[in-house]
Design a protein around this ligand. Structure first.
Ligand code: NAI
Length: 338
């Protein structure tokens, strides 16, 4: 039987018609890598998002169980599962937003760049599917190393003639989520009140928290700045080590991915003033891609904000970040030209 039979909250005797006619207005979202450590909680949280009317869950393995499980939640989104490479295009067709947490995660001692050899190919395959089946969808790319996988995606889309830089967004939200949490801890504030811009990229020294631009306005001692910068840059490694071989951040990542996806959907709906950090094609520096605050709208990342005033510590950090980023971006671009 076609696995697509696992659909919606309905069994074979359900009155499918009324469901189809009365389908809640909302967006169609696909999660690619939905059965993984991030994919599962991300799928659950997206099923709870009132802006989502249709949720497609795709993976190369194990999607039937995840789909059956999540489809029993009594929320509005209709869930459909797709398993295996030959179902990728079907999973992507008609989607407004595609979230990609597919690929292997880090183990202790690994850098994100160590994942390149496996994940580059996975991202390429998925992006070829996006170019064929939903070239106007917004893409939220989570698969690491983000600093290289976003350039890979751009090259694949260019080759297919579908590239629109406004639609390709590397997800760096977890760095912002961590920065808000750690800064709130130091300041003794509620993390929900704190806003820390994190720019650059998504690996080690390329993760550049701008502590001089924290809202609400505050100041830090040099020790606090060193501690916070180091903890934000190595937050991922903190989790990888604590999980001791069982993977990297999945739950906080799913939370961050949903926070970012929800912002993209609010932008698509036409809400004003939706601003989040993301790794995008950019002219903010001399590098072709860079993470900064972007304004999300009906056509994706509609406005890319400049860095704003940096202090000396941040300017030094920026130089280091740019050197490493340049290498990671080149690595992604050359992969697709092999
Ligand atoms: P995981 O191994 O638990 O799950 C990955 C899933 O991807 C698996 O279910 C696997 O079957 C699936 N997959 C593999 N090849 C695929 C393909 N061709 N098409 C569709 N699905 C495919 O890994 P986890 O922990 O969920 O992490 C996923 C990725 O997210 C990793 O690359 C990790 O480094 C990255 N990550 C990114 C973060 C960010 O801030 N951007 C934070 C944390 C992780």
């Amino acid at each position: 039987p076609n696995f697509q039979m696992i659909e919606g909250n309905s069994s074979n005797i359900g009155r499918m018609d009324c469901r189809a006619k009365g389908a809640a207005p909302g967006f169609k979202v696909a999660i690619i890598g939905a059965a993984g450590g991030i994919g599962q909680p991300l799928s659950m949280l997206m099923k709870m998002n009132p802006l989502v009317s249709v949720l497609h869950l795709y993976d190369v393995v194990n999607t039937p169980g995840v789909t059956a499980d999540i489809s029993h939640m009594d929320t509005g989104a209709v869930v459909r599962g797709f398993v295996g490479k030959d179902k990728l295009d079907e999973a992507l067709t008609g989607m407004d937003l595609v979230i990609v947490p597919a690929g292997v995660p880090r183990k202790p001692g690994m850098t994100r760049d160590d994942l390149f050899n496996i994940n580059a190919g996975i991202v390429k395959t998925i992006c070829e599917g996006i170019a064929r089946s939903c070239p106007r969808a917004i893409v939220n790319l989570i698969s690491n190393p983000v600093n290289s996988t976003v350039p890979i995606a751009a090259e694949v889309f260019k080759k297919a003639g579908t590239y629109d830089p406004k639609l390709l967004l590397g997800v760096t939200m977890l760095d912002v989520v961590r920065a808000n949490t750690f800064v709130a801890e130091v300041l003794g504030l509620d993390p929900r009140e704190v806003d820390v811009p994190v720019v650059g990229g998504h690996a080690g020294v390329t993760i550049l928290p701008l502590l001089s631009q924290v809202k609400p306005p505050c100041s830090f001692t040099p020790e606090e700045i060193n501690h916070l910068t180091d903890r934000i840059q190595n937050g991922g490694t903190e989790v990888v080590e604590a999980k001791a071989g069982a993977g990297s951040a999945t739950l906080s990542m799913a939370y961050a991915a949903v926070k970012f996806a929800d912002a993209c959907l609010r932008g698509l709906r036409g809400d004003a003033g939706v601003i989040e950090c993301s790794f995008v094609q950019s002219q903010v520096t001399e590098l072709p891609f860079f993470a900064t605050k972007v304004r999300l709208g009906r056509s994706g990342a509609e406005e890319i904000f400049p860095l704003g005033p940096l202090n000396e510590y941040e300017r030094a950090g920026l130089e280091k970040a740019k050197t490493e980023l340049a290498t990671s971006i080149d690595k992604g671009v050359s992969f697709t030209r092999k």
